[in-house]
Design a protein around this ligand. Structure first.
Ligand code: GDP
Length: 478
């Protein structure tokens, strides 16, 4: 070996040990509210990498530098494994269907063998990628940490009385009126109030288009904690400004509120969230647009709360609990295959706009933030349909069995072409009080991907998944 080689190897070894490059690792968080598309995204991400899909914008892939991608045992024995194989199988073949959605945290470890692009470190390398999928509802709990029971209760009651929530909250609000916060700390009373409160929160989300989310996040996505005392409390109409007294119903609720923060919220942020390096937040912007301005305002609030979690560590007392190290956050509007590609940029602009306001409110997130529109699995094709004299840019796919479009009920086999609607030219328009962007987005079945001559199936088509991966991982595969 030449002198230069020796010097290069020495430098490599030094650089490796210094920078931890010998075993580069990256923890990628995948989150979003329920039904935003986390399970589909995570499955597609792994499948596209493992099965060598064409990913033009992901440089490592398009330059042919990804040699092998494999699943290996995950690092955390106490976190459920993301059931990739089952999800992949569900979406494939003639009986294809969408996978079971995320209900709790799960993780999967992937090793990516690749060639470093250039420079001193040129040569084979391996990136260990840990993907952590968790309900976005849990992120919203961060807002609780800085609140006491009294303040949280007042806010929750005020929110429930807002016009667009009043109906969902009717049962709970009626019950509240009959509860005496200064009455005895009765277990059954706490349980009854808590059940009605949870029922209200669930109703807010029951409509497939609803986005309203009020913490506590575990009341919607309890994970393994269902039924425990830390999850058995409710806001009360305190009706006065005194702090809840011990030995009263309000006192009991306040204790449990504190317990929830201590045994549920803090451990999640400390043990999971704080260890993430990169984060993708999936958002079903189309559903929110379709639901109208109040739903968009709720979504914006939720995104603001999520962003607040990413900005901890720069400034605040919260950093004593955990200091996140997230360097990049991608906000992705999902299911972009529900609209024609001529609208993709508008969808991305709306996504951007929703976080721009949240960003300015959250006072800078301390991480590189980007917004885009994508479809992890593209279930539609583009077509043109004639309406009178006009030709409209439309989409076509196989609606799920039972979906009804213009009075026609589909059987899961027949194809349908629809004009999905228009997105606003200027994203600000979404908040106009009379705005209503009706997006017709029936549930399409996952696409049927034909096997190749060797009987192997390829990953389903996608939209801009490669762009998302380049932003999230590209620099670590350089
Ligand atoms: P999660 O609750 O965040 O895990 O959401 P899922 O990943 O389970 O997605 C919820 C539903 O949204 C799925 O069952 C699909 O109907 C739909 N969906 C998710 N991603 C896509 C996508 O890329 N394209 C289309 N057409 N539908 C999607």
């Amino acid at each position: 070996t030449s002198y230069l080689d020796t010097a290069r190897n020495a430098a490599l070894a030094f650089g490796d040990s210094l920078l931890g490059l010998a075993r580069p690792r990256l923890r990628l968080g995948v989150t979003g509210l329920s039904r935003s598309g986390k399970t589909v995204f995570t499955t597609a991400l792994i499948q596209n990498l493992m099965e060598g899909a064409r990913l033009p914008v992901l440089k490592a892939a398009s330059q042919g530098r990804i040699a092998r991608v494999r699943l290996v045992p995950q690092p955390d024995p106490d976190v459920p494994r993301f059931p990739y194989e089952a999800h992949r199988a569900a979406m494939n073949g003639p009986g294809r269907r969408w996978p079971e959605s995320t209900r709790r945290i799960s993780e999967l470890r992937v090793e990516i063998d690749y060639e470093r692009a250039s420079g001193w470190f040129k040569g084979p390398a391996t990136l260990t990628l840990d993907i952590v999928d968790y309900p976005g509802e849990w992120l919203l709990d961060l807002a609780l940490i800085g609140q006491d029971y009294k303040a949280w209760s007042a806010q929750a009651v005020a929110d429930a009385r807002k016009p667009h929530r009043r109906q969902a909250a009717a049962g709970w609000l009626a019950d509240l009126g009959a509860r005496d916060p200064d009455g005895p700390p009765d277990e059954l009373a706490a349980e009854a109030a808590s059940d009605l409160f949870k029922d209200y929160l669930a109703r807010l989300r029951a409509d497939p288009e609803a986005v309203a989310v009020t913490p506590p996040g575990r009341f919607l996505m309890p994970g393994d904690l269902e039924g425990s005392p830390a999850l058995t409390f409710s806001a009360l109409d305190l009706g006065h400004d005194r702090a809840p007294r011990p030995g009263t119903l309000a006192g009991l609720m306040a204790e449990r509120f504190e317990a929830y923060k201590r045994v549920v919220v803090a451990p999640f942020f400390r043990d999971h969230f704080a260890r993430l390096d990169r984060q993708i937040v999936l958002v079903d912007v189309l559903a929110a647009l379709d639901a109208g301005a109040p739903a968009l305002a709720d979504l914006e609030t939720a995104l603001g709360q999520a962003l607040a979690a990413f900005s901890v560590g720069r400034n605040s007392w919260l950093s004593s609990l955990f200091a996140p190290r997230i360097e990049r956050v991608l906000f992705a509007a999902t299911k972009a295959d529900h609209i024609h590609h001529t609208s993709h940029d508008r969808l991305a602009a709306v996504m951007s706009h929703l976080v721009a306001r949240a960003l300015s409110r959250a006072q800078g997130a301390g991480a590189q933030v980007e917004a885009m529109a994508l479809a992890a699995v593209r279930a539609t094709e583009e077509v043109r349909i004639r309406q009178g004299r006009e030709e409209l840019p439309a989409i076509a796919g196989v609606p799920e069995a039972g979906e009804a479009i213009d009075g026609q009920v589909f059987d899961g086999i027949a194809k349908a072409a629809i004009f999905p609607g228009e997105l606003p030219e200027r994203p600000e328009a979404i908040f106009a009080s009379d705005a209503h962007w009706q997006i017709r987005a029936p549930r399409f079945r996952p696409p049927l991907v034909e096997a190749d001559a060797g009987g192997r199936t390829r990953p389903p088509p996608q939209i801009r998944l490669d762009r998302a991966l380049e932003f999230l991982l590209g620099d670590r595969l350089a």
